[in-house]
Ligand binder design. Structure first.
Ligand code: ZN
Length: 670
């Protein structure tokens, strides 16, 4: 019998035949698909035909079909419905996959053919999308070091090996420091702490083997402790330990590791021909240059700092009224901010919840997509990997567009968080393939299932990613859907969150589970008001971290990162009672790997765009303005990575985004 993962899927919409696949099928299918892909790559690399777009770039696009099928099924179930067997398979597959793809990107014969096609591109009569796919492929190989020979190539291999080691060491030291420290509490020290913090502190004490409750550096304990504990002395002690993670001296100190990582990154960038690591990293992003990133961050800095200073004055007053004299310190901020929040925006989550039924919120996300893009959703009865999964056929004017799968409920076998992935990406080459897209969330089950406001936002966020996949309309899968720059990929998702806040959407879909009544205006206003609370503080701690990250990677690597950090913070005048969201010795985004190195700005970059993009609808007079929706689909949702991100944005909006809408959205506009 053939392995169901490798057979032709003659199911409705060629969905994976989940009812026929068993865990025992994964390993043999994986091995066979890996071998098949290697053979396809070998044939392309060793061909004796003159290299052309068709026999090299298109051939690579067409290769690996079996591997795509096996991995799309495997990673879906491994992430959303795991078991010990699937976990073991994942441990087995991960290093094999890493080795497989690194063998391809360091294949010299293959790179020579790609370089040949690249050098002869002007005579090749390529379409714009073909030229783009060729550029991306060539650039990807160059960036991974495929063009380096001899000593340079060996040095690059050594650098990459050492960087991987250092990144792992950085993470482990941080975990060790977080694990090691705890502070025992007397029963009387629990005063003022909400029940969930007391429970967590008691459970942590048991875990540490001490008799009473303890504060640990786990975010779920330390943050609420700083927020709720009236004991200033204990807050100060806990805060000091929190701020010192990775900088406690001895074996787990991360400061020398950070310096070595920065030096090696600079050397790596120079070997590849870039002026700095930031130049290397930003080349593939919408921002493109360190200057563009700095301009954004500094445009936000001044208003955020002004707001934070005004808030600090209010909090200082509150502290003095409490009988505590002197300056507001970093361990006081969260405590007095929480008191202020309670006084100004007490939002009763329990009163809000009955208005946010999962079913109604799914309907709302579909209804908005219908009004904006004409999409229709019809439930599908097909076998999926878990009984909680649901599927819909997505059509427009009767024509098939995609299959959408929703897997909404939390369960022990699912990893935490929420995500969107394409079980099949959109493409027209080598044949037309319609997307199969899944949203996975971790909402609590119930009858009816009710969401928090954050949950409802998550639902819309992930559905925005799903639209980016489902409305994709390109030729090559490597540039379809969400295959875009990192600082562009959150635009469709964060943008879609705005429709949840459109009053007519809430009026129609946020109806009470028992009475069917629409959400009262007073609750809605509280929800919207609370969203911007303490935004000066949040923006300042974030931007300070992003500016330090940028300074580390721009120009020569600092021999002493801590001195550099101090210099940057001094230069921008960080308010006294606020520290960086992530100080260097525990800045895992930047040092645990290089995913977000000189890329920490990108969260805010996306927010600038989503705020500015939604304003296009407001300027047109309606959140459902047809012409603006068509422009959004034509220029952003259907184009994937087939065009540079800044060009796509310019086509949609007629200009690049400004920060004004973001400042307004965060309540920081003058
Ligand atoms: Zn997202």
């Amino acid at each position: 019998m053939t392995n169901p993962l490798l057979s032709d899927w003659d199911t409705p919409f060629q969905l994976a035949p989940f009812d026929r696949i068993s865990d025992a099928d994964f390993a043999p299918a994986f091995e066979e698909a890996l071998k098949a892909h290697s053979a396809e790559i070998k044939a392309i690399a060793e061909s004796d035909e003159t290299p052309s777009f068709a026999n090299t770039i298109e051939a690579m696009e067409a290769a690996g079909g079996a591997l795509d099928k096996v991995l799309s099924v495997f990673f879906s179930v491994a992430g959303a419905d795991s078991n010990p067997e699937r976990e073991a398979l994942q441990r087995e597959f991960s290093p094999k996959l890493a080795a497989h793809f690194s063998a391809i990107s360091s294949n010299k014969a293959l790179f020579r053919r790609i370089a040949h096609v690249w050098e002869h591109r002007d005579a090749a009569d390529l379409s714009d999308e073909q030229a783009r796919v060729l550029m991306l492929s060539h650039r990807g190989f160059v960036r991974s070091g495929a063009a380096l020979d001899g000593a340079d190539g060996e040095r690059m291999t050594a650098i990459m090996g050492r960087l991987a080691e250092l990144g792992t060491g950085f993470t482990q030291n941080l975990l060790a420091d977080e694990r090691e420290w705890f502070m025992e509490l007397e029963e009387g020290d629990l005063e003022g702490l909400p029940g969930f913090v007391v429970d967590a502190a008691r459970a942590a004490g048991e875990e540490k083997g001490v008799a009473g409750p303890v504060v640990t550096l786990s975010r779920s304990i330390i943050t609420p402790f700083l927020q709720f504990s009236p004991r200033r002395d204990l807050r100060e002690k806990a805060f000091a330990a929190w701020a010192a993670r990775g900088a406690n001296g001895g074996e787990t100190d991360n400061r020398d590791i950070a310096a070595e990582i920065l030096a090696l990154r600079e050397e790596r960038a120079k070997l590849l021909g870039y002026g700095s690591f930031a130049d290397y990293k930003l080349e593939t992003e919408m921002a493109k240059t360190p200057g563009a990133v700095r301009d954004l961050l500094m445009a936000v800095w001044a208003p955020a700092k002004a707001q934070a200073e005004a808030d600090a004055a209010v909090l200082t007053e509150m502290m003095h009224a409490d009988g505590v004299n002197g300056d507001l310190e970093a361990w006081d901020w969260r405590y007095y901010a929480e008191k202020r929040r309670k006084a100004e925006h007490d939002l009763d989550e329990a009163a809000l919840k009955p208005y946010l039924q999962l079913e109604r919120m799914i309907e709302a996300s579909f209804a908005c997509a219908n009004r904006l893009f004409g999409l229709e959703f019809t439930p599908l009865d097909v076998p999926l990997y878990h009984p909680d999964c649901r599927a819909w056929e997505v059509t427009r004017n009767g024509a098939h567009v995609a299959v959408f799968i929703g897997d909404y409920f939390a369960r022990g076998s699912k990893r935490s968080g929420a995500w969107c992935s394409a079980m099949r990406g959109q493409a027209k080459f080598p044949e037309v393939q319609a997307p199969v897209v899944i949203n996975v969330c971790n909402f609590a089950k119930g009858d009816p299932a009710l969401l928090s406001y954050d949950d409802a936002r998550t639902l819309f966020h992930e559905f925005g990613h799903a639209l980016h996949q489902m409305l994709s309309n390109v030729t090559y899968e490597s540039v379809s859907g969400t295959s875009v720059a990192r600082d562009f990929v959150e635009l469709p998702s964060q943008l879609y969150e705005h429709w949840l806040e459109v009053p007519e959407v809430l009026a129609e879909f946020a109806t009470h589970a028992d009475t069917g009544e629409a959400m009262p205006e007073a609750i809605l206003q509280k929800v919207l008001g609370a969203a911007n609370f303490d935004m000066g503080f949040q923006t300042v701690e974030y931007v300070a971290s992003a500016l330090v990250d940028l300074a580390f990677h721009e120009g020569a690597a600092p021999a002493d990162p801590m001195a550099k950090q101090a210099e940057v913070l001094e230069g921008i005048g960080l308010p006294k009672a606020i520290i960086m969201r992530h100080a260097t010795p525990h800045f895992a985004h930047v040092f645990s790997g290089d995913g977000y190195s000189s890329g920490y700005y990108s969260y805010m970059w996306s927010e600038v765009m989503d705020a500015d993009a939604f304003e296009a609808f407001e300027e047109a007079g309606s959140a459902f303005d047809g012409e603006t929706a068509r422009a959004l689909e034509a220029n952003i949702l259907s184009t994937g990575g087939s065009v540079e991100a800044d060009e796509l944005y310019r086509r949609f909006r007629g200009r690049l985004p400004g920060v004004e809408a973001l400042l307004k959205g965060r309540g920081l506009a003058a």
